[in-house]
Ligand binder design. Structure first.
Ligand SMILES: *Cc1c(COP(=O)(O)O)cnc(C)c1O
Length: 230
């Protein structure tokens, strides 16, 4: 069942990639299977069916699963991170998608330094400036990117966006398009160590539009695992 849904999502990603008009069609798209609130058995099923990247949004849940999963997979932290959890985030996650303040960037840098690790990170942008969402506002983005690039134990790899949950999913398209423009612009800039490679946007309801507009990481949960039970 999970394998079947997974293959549908993979096909959906490929179809969207081939529909691209403004973005190179060849650029590959990575799937992060979002496993929050789903159990380890479901995770194993997905991994055995081909998932190589999983996304979790809470440190405590990730920690519990990490100990028992018994599969080799990349761990992505997609949820909001509090500075007091930076140390654990660095311990468990290969890529942190949710750096959204200088305060948090410095805390993760410090945690990575004491773990002897250079932590791959994305900076999360709140492009629609929704009060309820985390992410840095556009006007402050460049300053945060420069700070992250300057920190020795962070490696900046790109940008992340959570689009608003519009009733009409097409309403997200201009935001995805604007985000791709920002991504291209910063990709073309000179950085100390940053390699601007990833644009993480698109979830179950909007991933096809995100891919059409240039996302190269999508984070999909419900379409693979079904509704979450809270
Ligand atoms: C839960 C979550 C997702 C996946 O959402 P679905 O609608 O289940 O695909 C993607 N990104 C973030 C940041 C999330 O918290």
């Amino acid at each position: 069942m999970i394998a079947e849904k997974l293959h549908e999502v993979e096909a959906g990603i490929e179809a969207a990639r081939l529909r691209r008009t403004r973005v190179p069609k060849e650029a590959p798209v990575h799937l992060v299977a979002v496993t929050k609130n789903h159990d380890v058995a479901a995770m194993r099923e997905a991994i055995d069916a081909g998932v190589s990247r999983i996304g979790e949004n809470r440190i405590q849940e990730a920690k519990e699963k990490f100990g028992v999963l018994d599969r080799n997979v990349q761990w992505h932290l997609i949820g909001h991170l509090q500075t007091n959890k930076a140390k654990q985030a660095v311990k468990y996650f290969d890529l942190i998608h949710s750096i959204d303040s200088s305060h948090l960037a410095m805390a993760v840098d410090k945690a990575a330094a004491s773990a002897g690790k250079v932590q791959d990170v994305l900076v999360q942008v709140n492009l629609a400036e929704e009060a309820s969402k985390s992410g840095i506002h556009k006007e402050e983005l460049m300053g945060l990117l420069k700070l992250v690039d300057s920190l020795e134990h962070l490696h900046l790899c790109g940008l992340m966006l959570i689009a608003p949950n519009y009733e009409n999913v097409e309403a997200c398209r201009p935001l995805f398009r604007e985000m791709y423009g920002i991504f291209q612009k910063i990709k073309g800039m000179e950085w100390r160590t940053a390699n601007i490679e990833y644009l993480s946007m698109g979830m179950t309801h909007d991933y096809q539009i995100a891919v059409e507009e240039g996302a190269n990481i999508v984070r999909v949960g419900t379409a693979i695992f079904g509704q979450r039970q809270y």
